[in-house]
Design a protein around this ligand. Structure first.
Ligand code: GLN
Length: 447
């Protein structure tokens, strides 16, 4: 704990943490030391973990990187976090992120951007940027983030670490601030597959507080991390042919394809004709769901209330105008528009139908192959401010990550070398529902 606290202080300029629980973490460490002396420690004894600012931790502040939750304190602990604590993990602090997890660069936080430790003029990716940088820079052993459209995998790729988004419903969402409920998953950022597997194993499984969580049995992920048979692996042709992909990223994938072939696995190119529909479907549905989820922040129940409020209507209006940042407001407006009576069928219903088709096509693909490999991102970490003027350009950073959330399947980003500027490259692997066990084993094999 002392080591991590020292690094957090030393690297404060990266802006990865919003709050550090120094005294609490040191006390916990001592308590766990006693347990170890008696041989009564949990399975995560001494593992130092950071939490993205979207996970409830009782009696601790929580803001989702937003001004609108100023002063809010959690009244309970998220199930996933509680399970870590029960196994003697040490929670070291609350990590900066894009406001309400909306973003791909961590420039949308009310607390300023997070800087990438590989090059501080560049973004760490988002929305779990603080969580990724904290692991990248050695400020904690692992972080718990959230992934609605890539927010764990994309920053993991930009920071050269591992980012796992499990199957939708694998981990209880109780105590996770809702962004787009049918997409949201809790995810893990770490540097080893073993740590990732162990954390997944402990956080997964049924929970009385989340009716959507899966009751599918939780395998001992951390104990089965080897590949024993020959595999069928697909890669998406567009990811190799498309002009929009940075050359070093493409070369990294080609190298892995060669490696797999040389090991006797069957590797084939497949077409994914729906690639063009992924981002529009994702952005219509998540803005719809988030406009509804964020309607609860009205100045009455949580955090900030505008001091200029003298009527009820003014209270709502000024609180939301002053409390939310630009990107969040943009999405609430878009979501409200696509859900409005005259446009509902043209946008929302249509996007739901396309979501179903994307799911069916992906199911067909995953029935034929064990894994699909593709880039995590079209480019490596971009410069701070590079895409802020054009939100559509920013949304392109999510091109390859949203599919797993639209469909609900597990996906992981693992480090795959560096580009010509020394920036980390991520490689993404997707597999079928509840295939985390083989996904982790395959990732270890590829690393
Ligand atoms: N960048 C995507 C978005 O802004 C993904 C966010 C996320 O996964 N939380 O919606």
């Amino acid at each position: 704990v002392e080591h991590y606290l020292f690094t957090i202080k030393n690297k404060a300029h990266l802006n990865a943490f919003l709050e550090v629980y120094d005294k609490e973490a040191l006390d916990r460490a001592q308590e766990i030391d006693h347990k170890i002396a008696q041989g009564k420690q949990g399975r995560l004894a001494g593992m130092v973990i950071g939490l993205k600012d979207v996970l409830c931790y009782q009696d601790h502040r929580l803001q989702a990187g937003s001004k609108i939750l100023d002063g809010f304190v959690s009244q309970f602990t998220a199930t996933a976090v509680q399970r870590l604590i029960d196994e003697d993990a040490i929670i070291i602090g609350r990590q900066n992120c894009d406001e309400f997890a909306m973003g791909s660069s961590n420039e949308n936080s009310a607390f300023g951007p997070v800087l990438n430790d590989a090059d501080t003029t560049r973004v760490p990716g988002g929305s779990s940027g603080g969580s990724a940088v904290a692991v990248q820079a050695g400020m904690c052993l692992a972080s718990i983030g959230s992934d609605t459209g890539g927010s764990v995998r994309q920053p993991a790729a930009f920071c050269g670490i591992i980012g796992l988004k499990p199957t939708y419903s694998r981990i209880s969402r109780y105590g996770l601030i809702a962004y787009a409920s049918s997409f949201d998953t809790i995810g893990i950022l770490a540097t080893s597959i073993e740590d990732t597997a162990l954390l997944l194993e402990i956080m997964s499984g049924k929970d009385d507080f989340d009716s959507t969580v899966s009751h599918t049995e939780v395998p001992p992920y951390s104990q089965k991390l080897s590949i024993s048979n020959k595999l069928k692996v697909a890669y998406i042709r567009e990811t190799i042919d498309s002009e929009g992909i940075q050359e070093s990223i493409r070369n990294g994938i080609l190298k892995k394809i060669d490696f797999l072939k040389s090991e006797g696995h069957q590797v084939e190119a497949v077409d994914l004709p729906l690639l063009d529909y992924l981002l529009p479907t994702y952005y219509i549905l998540i803005t719809a769901e988030s406009s509804s989820n964020l309607s609860r922040y009205d100045g009455v129940k949580y955090g900030f209330r505008s001091p200029q409020s003298n009527t009820l209507e003014h209270m709502y209006k000024y609180t939301r105008t002053q409390g939310f940042g630009e990107e969040v407001k943009r999405r609430i407006m878009l979501g409200t528009f696509v859900l409005s009576a005259s446009y509902y069928d043209a946008y929302y219903t249509k996007a739901q139908k396309v979501r179903r088709i994307i799911k069916e096509k992906t199911d067909e693909l995953l029935a034929m192959y064990d894994f699909v490999i593709l880039p995590t991102t079209p480019s490596t970490a971009f410069r701070i401010g590079e895409h802020t003027a054009n939100p559509l350009e920013m949304y392109l950073a999510d091109l390859f990550t949203v599919q797993a959330n639209v469909v609900g399947i597990p996906a992981i980003s693992i480090p795959n070398g560096y580009d010509e500027n020394g920036l980390p490259i991520g490689l993404q692997v997707m597999t079928n529902y509840f295939g985390e066990e083989r996904l982790l084993a395959f990732s270890k094999y590829l690393m």
